[in-house]
Write a protein that binds this ligand. Structure first.
Ligand code: HEM
Length: 525
């Protein structure tokens, strides 16, 4: 029986029209959020807001934020909509500095969300929030001092040596290298041996399990990309659809790999100066020790107070930290080394200049590279810095205020819980700051040139207390890898090398669309 008159068709038309009208009114209400507050904003489209291209995986999250940055030209900040959720994109480097550093106590958390019950390894430093993050960060920071990183450098040199062997064998068979894949193997070997004392053997063994699982974490299939995008942009989807940062299979593998190593060390009383050792100490009740120390000294400081609410370092929470070092450690490093090789192949005169610097340093040290020599190479630093400008592996930063926040110099309030994005790719590709931004030019980072810009227009490792904890380690691993390759090999484009770089629209960590095939030839001695 029909509801409106005799016709079912009429019923259907009325119901559908009613629903459409409701949806229209709902989104009209939602999309008036920034206008009502007097915030300049990007014009949204129904349902998607400004997020359509990104959601449909026609542009990556980094490219989406870059587009929003460009649309907001001339403004200090800019309102956007991710579906119906309002968010702010920051453009002004001074404001970025205030939010990341000065007012950090308000912008303490990231928006990123995870389901720690069903995805236990997401209980890690990157994804944790509040006091638990603060406690963990405090405990982890000593692992990444220059001294610790230097201590690990012999292991990185060993991996670099294996990389050279790999490339030599490859040259003998005249094979083209897929730069991202080779660098992925190298970076995985580096992180597993430095952080966990595990020889993952990715360069020597084509079926190495660590490489296999690393590839799975960042495979950027349609569904995996959706999971990553949701983690960073759609917290509600993560909750409702139970999206996981680490799949069950990866969790099982990492859990076993790290737990076996922890057990072996405990049983055999093995101690090493690495990340895993520090995690083991945490497990063995560091919390109580540090707390009583703080009490005894009468210095129940900020951190000691936080510890009352802190974490019990047992079981998966421990493995979760190992998992994030592994994940963050290999993918970003691999991406950076691969992009450097690409840019050097495309501009051979830059490669020649870099090689001269490397060979010169080797000559001064009986034909070998030292940690200090690589760390102090000026031109190598310029090359790495320029790659991190053009291809920041993590192309956005996000923060969420824990209370309402009035933007300095305005009467505009960012409401508690509103996502605030720093669009790194947008800042780094701003032609007013970096003329001809697509052009790869290490001179932008010469001593004179780098002082001409606002320092917060260049943030490849983020900034403030929540910046990249692995910055120093990452830089050294990348530099050692590059110095080892460029000192002995020439990289050049092959027929399949893309003549201009296209980024993968599905990749959360910046990656080339379709890989980076290159020719890599051994230099004659
Ligand atoms: C060239 C390589 C790397 C780049 C460009 C990079 C970039 C970044 C960026 C942009 C962030 C976010 C910072 C913020 O929100 O302000 C971050 C966070 C982080 N990175 Fe890195 N990263 C690199 C290498 C590494 C390595 C080698 C490790 C570990 C060994 C690592 C571990 C982490 C962790 C654990 C966080 C979360 C820190 C926290 O929330 O306290 N990264 N990284």
């Amino acid at each position: 029986m029909a509801l409106f008159g005799d016709s079912l068709l009429l019923d259907a038309i009325v119901i559908v029209s009613g629903l459409l009208l409701l949806a229209h009114l709902y989104f009209r209400h939602k999309f008036s959020y920034w206008e009502k507050r007097g915030v300049p904003f990007a014009r949204p489209t129904t349902l998607f807001g400004n997020f359509k291209e990104c959601f449909l995986q026609r542009e990556s999250v980094g490219q989406f934020m870059q587009r929003m940055y460009n649309e907001g030209a001339g403004k200090r900040f800019f309102g956007i909509y991710v579906f119906g959720r309002p968010a702010i994109v920051l453009r002004d480097p001074e404001l970025i500095k205030i939010i990341l550093v000065k007012d950090f106590n308000i912008f303490y958390d990231r928006l990123v969300h995870s389901n720690t019950k069903t995805d236990p390894l997401s209980n890690n430093l990157f994804l944790l929030k509040g006091p638990a993050w603060k406690y963990l960060r405090f405990k982890m920071t000593p692992l990444f001092t220059p001294f610790r990183v230097k201590q690990m450098s012999p292991l990185i040199f060993t991996c670099a040596e294996q990389l050279r062997e790999y490339l030599e064998n490859n040259d003998k068979t005249k094979k083209i290298i897929e730069a991202k894949e080779v660098c992925g193997k190298f970076a995985t070997d580096v992180i597993t041996s430095c952080a966990f004392g595990i020889g993952s053997n990715c360069l020597l063994d084509p079926n190495a399990e660590f490489r296999e699982f690393g590839r799975k974490i960042f495979d950027f299939s349609v569904y995996r990309s959706f999971e990553f995008m949701s983690t960073f942009m759609l917290p509600l989807v993560v909750k409702v659809m139970n999206v996981k940062f680490f799949s069950d299979e990866t969790t099982k593998f990492l859990r076993k790999a790290f737990w076996d190593t922890i057990k072996e060390r405990e049983e055999k009383n093995i101690e090493r100066a690495d990340f895993l050792q520090m995690l083991i100490q945490l497990k063995n009740n560091e919390k109580n020790e540090a707390k009583s120390k703080a009490d005894k000294n009468g210095t129940r400081n900020d951190i000691a107070d936080e510890m009352d609410a802190a974490i019990d370092f047992k079981g998966d929470i421990l493995v979760a930290q190992a998992a994030i070092f592994f994940t963050a450690g290999f993918e970003a490093n691999a991406a950076v080394i691969a992009f450097i090789l690409y840019e050097l192949a495309m501009q051979p005169h830059l490669q020649t200049r870099l090689r001269e610097e490397i060979l010169d340093a080797m000559d001064k040290n009986e034909g070998t590279l030292t940690y200090e020599a690589v760390r102090d190479m000026e031109y190598l630093h310029m090359v790495v810095s320029e790659v991190l400008r053009k291809y920041p592996p993590m192309p956005i930063l996000d923060r969420v205020p824990n209370r309402d926040y009035v933007i300095p110099g305005t009467n505009i309030t960012i409401e508690k819980g509103t996502a605030v994005y720093v669009p790194l790719l947008g800042l780094h590709m701003d032609p007013d700051v970096y003329p001809d931004p697509e052009h790869f030019d290490p001179e932008r980072f010469s001593e004179t040139n780098r002082t001409t810009r606002h320092p917060f227009m260049y943030l490849p490792f983020g900034e403030g207390p929540k910046n990249c904890i692995g910055r120093l380690f990452g830089l050294i691993a990348v530099k050692l890898g590059i110095a080892s390759v460029i000192g002995k090999f020439e990289v050049s484009p092959c027929a399949e090398t893309p003549r201009s770089m296209h980024l993968n629209p599905k990749a959360m960590v910046l990656a080339a669309k379709g890989g980076i095939p290159l020719k890599c030839t051994r230099l004659s001695d």
